[in-house]
Design a protein around this ligand. Structure first.
Ligand SMILES: CC(=O)SCCNC(=O)CCNC(=O)[C@H](O)C(C)(C)COP(=O)(O)OP(=O)(O)OC[C@H]1O[C@@H](n2cnc3c(N)ncnc32)[C@H](O)[C@@H]1OP(=O)(O)O
Ligand SMILES: CC(=O)C(=O)O
Length: 517
């Protein structure tokens, strides 16, 4: 029996607060999901949401899926309405998908309070709708909404819903933990009993108790062969079981090949593509695909990872298209300095004195308020300083005046073979100083006038009694090719930003050409 990796990003995922997709966005997400290799893509609820009706209309012409089947989602017929008269059931057929997923109540309390009908009529709604759609040639999956809550309060009725759906022709009955409150031990027990019905079971978990992925995996252990998930775990309230976590756990840990090895090795890129389309900030610490998933900060960890990455990593990051990173901070020891230097292209393994000095300087500077992990280029500059690489300029003097909301700045530098003078005018001190500095360097580096100050962010640090708080500034600069971020600290916010800016420009100048030696 083929295992179903069923994605509902475009339906349940879009129930997440703040996730608003255009039809074009939905088509793009569908393409990315298909490239990744999911078995089914639930596209939305045609007939209920005009955008989704439009999505299925456009999908017919614009979506050429390689592997996945597109699925239309909707509810069973309304109570006391003949199935062929229900316009929403008609809209499901009009979507022209080969598969339809129906949502139906599996909890008697919901039948009474939310549907306001009888338990018998609810079973008839399920039976009629499944039969109607299968007679029209559709494969039908049935989402048994609130199955676990229903099982707790009225086990016989919840199981009856499963049986009636299967008898009517539903290919899979998907047990839904709609409120997301079920814990793994209970879910496992309930699934084991439900599996005795002999019906093909699926699982659909929400993350309200933080167990959506664990519950999904447990359901698979108990016999479910269809898992419903969403990219990045998007979904209403706390979200759904995360597609990427579930797919990697099934493929790498449980050896169920839900996607190919090649697809898995593209997974981090697919996750980024989908995050770019939805414009929802990806979670840095997301398992497998997060930027931080294989990032090491503590010195002891980095030292072990240098010997063998598997000592502090549960898998090889390349298996999911991710990579290992090292962070520099006051928690770094010599191993971290060496590893980070290597990441940046410097082999300092044979210069242990340099490594020790850098490690000590980092710890000391972090005590003063520097934060190297937010500004990797400051670390690189520190490394170059300790390797004896001369900076491209030294600051002789600088001046700044503010009048009428405008800032005038001038700088005088020592550069190789003489002095550099520059003046700048801006609405902020850092903008004026940036212009003045680049003006002073322009005679020896003509393209510097094209560089851009991307951002300057300041944080107020703890003040001690009677002393105002110092400022940490992180400045990002680009020369059009790459962006570098550096950090500066001073009692005065302008000086902190200005020190960071000088470092950023120095580093770009120093590293544009390979550094001799
Ligand atoms: C657990 C899930 O995530 S299921 C998916 C939920 N997704 C959505 O609700 C998004 C799309 N929904 C919609 O656009 C609208 O709610 C519609 C078009 C479906 C219905 O809109 P309206 O007719 O205005 O009804 P309204 O939203 O106020 O209430 C839902 C109705 O559906 C009924 N209903 C709820 N579940 C079911 C079901 N499984 N089968 C049939 N009817 C149902 C409710 O009893 C209620 O009926 P009522 O109008 O007689 O009170
Ligand atoms: C069907 C569905 O989305 C749920 O029960 O959570």
């Amino acid at each position: 029996m083929d295992f179903h990796l069923y994605d509902t990003t475009l339906r349940d995922g879009t129930q997440q607060e703040g996730l608003v997709l255009t039809v074009g966005n939905k088509l793009e997400v569908a393409r990315a999901l298909d490239t990744f290799g999911v078995s089914f893509i639930e596209g939305g609820w045609p007939g209920a949401i005009p955008k989704d009706t439009e999505f299925f209309r456009r999908a017919r012409h614009e979506l050429k899926l390689r592997k996945a089947e597109l699925v239309a989602f909707g509810a069973t017929r309304r109570p006391d309405l003949a199935v062929h008269e229900d316009p929403q059931v008609a809209a499901l057929l009009a979507a022209e998908t080969s598969v339809v997923t129906l949502v139906a109540k599996a909890d008697a309390r919901h039948v009474n309070l939310a549907l306001r009908t009888t338990e018998t009529e609810n079973l008839a709604m399920i039976r009629d709708t499944v039969r109607h759609l299968t007679r029209e040639g559709r494969r039908v999956f049935l989402d048994a909404e609130h199955f676990f809550d229903g099982y707790r309060t009225s086990r016989g009725y919840a199981l009856r819903v499963v049986e009636v759906a299967a008898e009517a022709g539903a290919e899979v009955v998907v047990l839904c933990d709609t409120n997301g409150g079920t814990l793994p031990d209970e879910l496992g027990d309930i699934l084991t009993v439900t599996a005795t019905t002999g019906v093909r079971l699926g699982i659909h978990c929400h993350d309200d108790s933080g167990c959506a992925v664990a519950n999904t995996l447990l359901a698979v252990d108990a016999g479910a062969t269809h898992v419903q998930v969403t990219a990045h775990g998007y979904g209403e309230r706390c979200g759904n079981a995360n597609l990427f976590t579930v797919a990697a756990n099934l493929a790498l840990k449980k050896r169920i090949p839900v996607v190919s090895q090649d697809s898995l090795s593209e997974m981090s890129a697919v996750a980024q593509t989908i995050a770019d389309i939805t414009a929802a900030q990806p979670v840095r610490a997301a398992p497998y695909v997060g930027v931080a998933a294989f990032t090491h900060k503590a010195g002891l960890h980095t030292s072990a990872v240098r010997v063998d990455p598997s000592l502090y990593q549960h898998i090889d990051p390349e298996a999911v298209g991710n990579s290992m990173r090292t962070l520099i901070s006051d928690m770094a020891g010599r191993a971290a300095i060496e590893l980070k230097a290597k990441e940046l292209g410097y082999d300092v393994a044979s210069t242990s004195e340099v490594v020790s000095r850098v490690a000590l300087r980092v710890k000391d500077m972090e005590r003063l308020g520097y934060a190297f992990e937010t500004a990797p280029a400051s670390f690189e500059l520190l490394l170059l300083d300790e390797l004896g690489i001369k900076r491209p300029f030294e600051m002789d003097s600088w001046r700044m005046t503010i009048s009428g909301g405008r800032v005038d700045a001038s700088v005088r530098l020592e550069v190789e073979g003489g002095h550099g003078l520059g003046a700048g005018l801006g609405f902020t001190p850092i903008a004026a100083l940036d212009q003045a500095l680049r003006g002073a360097l322009a005679p020896s580096h003509p393209d510097i006038v094209e560089w851009r100050l991307v951002s300057c962010q300041c944080w107020s640090l703890d003040g001690s009694l009677g002393k105002p708080a110092a400022t940490r500034a992180v400045v990002t600069v680009t020369d059009g090719q790459r962006r570098v971020s550096t950090v500066g600290v001073d009692d005065d916010a302008v000086t902190a930003s200005w020190l960071a800016l000088q470092d950023a420009i120095s580093l770009v100048l120093l590293t544009r050409e390979p550094i001799a030696g």
